[in-house]
Design a binder for this molecule. Sequence first.
Ligand code: ADP
Ligand code: MG
Length: 241
Amino acid sequence: MIIAENVEKWYDNNFHVLRGVSLTVKKGEVVVIMGPSGSGKSTFIRTFNALEAYQKGRIIIDGIHLSHDLKNIETIRREVGMVFQQFNLFPHLSVLSNITLAPIWVRRWTKARAEEVAMQLLERVGILEQAHKFPGQLSGGQQQRVAIARALAMQPKIMLFDEPTSALDPEMVREVLDVMRSLAKSGMTMVCVTHEVGFAREVADRVVLMADGVLVEEGTPEAFFNTPQEERTKKFLSQIL
Ligand code: ADP
Ligand code: MG
């Protein structure tokens, strides 16, 4: 589903943020990316849906080459859903409209069809009764579940999560992780930047450590957490475990 090979990126200020990063994700796999703040995790996963350009290497998403000039951007955005730390819901639109907006405008669904699918998704993420409220009227955990439903409404083949629970109060982390866990069980291909060790241990097929723009270590959850090989990984784990 995802092939990233020796991806290199410099920001405009010449900061070399990705220094040859390679990662392959198979259909149905769940990969968790961990690593210190500023190591390039967000930048890296944002290249997968062309939110960030890159300058060297190559990225192929479900057979589509993500060229450096972002030519296939529309196709890719349809196939790759993304959930952000700060939810990024449209504050002036109801929950239902947040979810139906892209299917109506991008997929050209009728409003009726888009609303039907949206209601099914709201039920799936456990907040059907919130459909007619506005984002500001919901808790953080509920907003994040709307954001997940909104991404799923486009029927993506891949879901990217960028620290989806980092902005939540502790009691709301679980409800979001539960939705992610059931999504993983349904066979969705997922790349999740998260420091939720319990989630990684239980759900991830592989855990990856990223530091200073490179992938330091990659392994099964058991190998990664129990017998890390690299000093950098051991140091990182000693800080979060
Ligand atoms: P992470 O998600 O691992 O915390 P990021 O990918 O957000 O890391 O950022 C990696 C590095 O790139 C950081 O040092 C950050 O300051 C820098 N950076 C992020 N966005 C930009 C930008 N638009 N321009 C310049 N530098 C940036
Ligand atoms: Mg980040």
